[in-house]
Design a protein around this ligand. Sequence first.
Ligand code: FES
Length: 135
Amino acid sequence: MKRKEFLAQVGVGAAIVLSPICFGSLSGCKKTSTEPANIDFTLDVSTGALSKNGGFLIKDGVIVARTNSGTFIAVSAACTHEGTNINYVASSNNFVCPNHNAQFSSNGAVTQGPANTNLTEYKTTLTSNSLRVFS
Ligand code: FES
């Protein structure tokens, strides 16, 4: 076997071995941003989770919640610690990560670690039953 043939076969073999690591988990190859960019979508709040105070849902990497006072808030859904999707807790009007219990205020500021970076806050406007969520 010639040197060139050997290197070609080793290269293909290495690519096959490493590909599940890289393609199966993007964070294994490259750290990706957890903050969605250029967010702009609308939600019908007349039905579903956002039709009642205290409800929330996640869409396009953004967690949208309806507070107990009926206002809408939206922040990036991925915890800034290790990326687990956070939950909204209406009784305390904050966001809590189920993984290691990091907590964030209603505008995404860290209030309890281990996360040490704030979530991204998004704007919301309500027109009739159409809620626009945008950067
Ligand atoms: S992943 Fe959220 S606190 Fe660790």
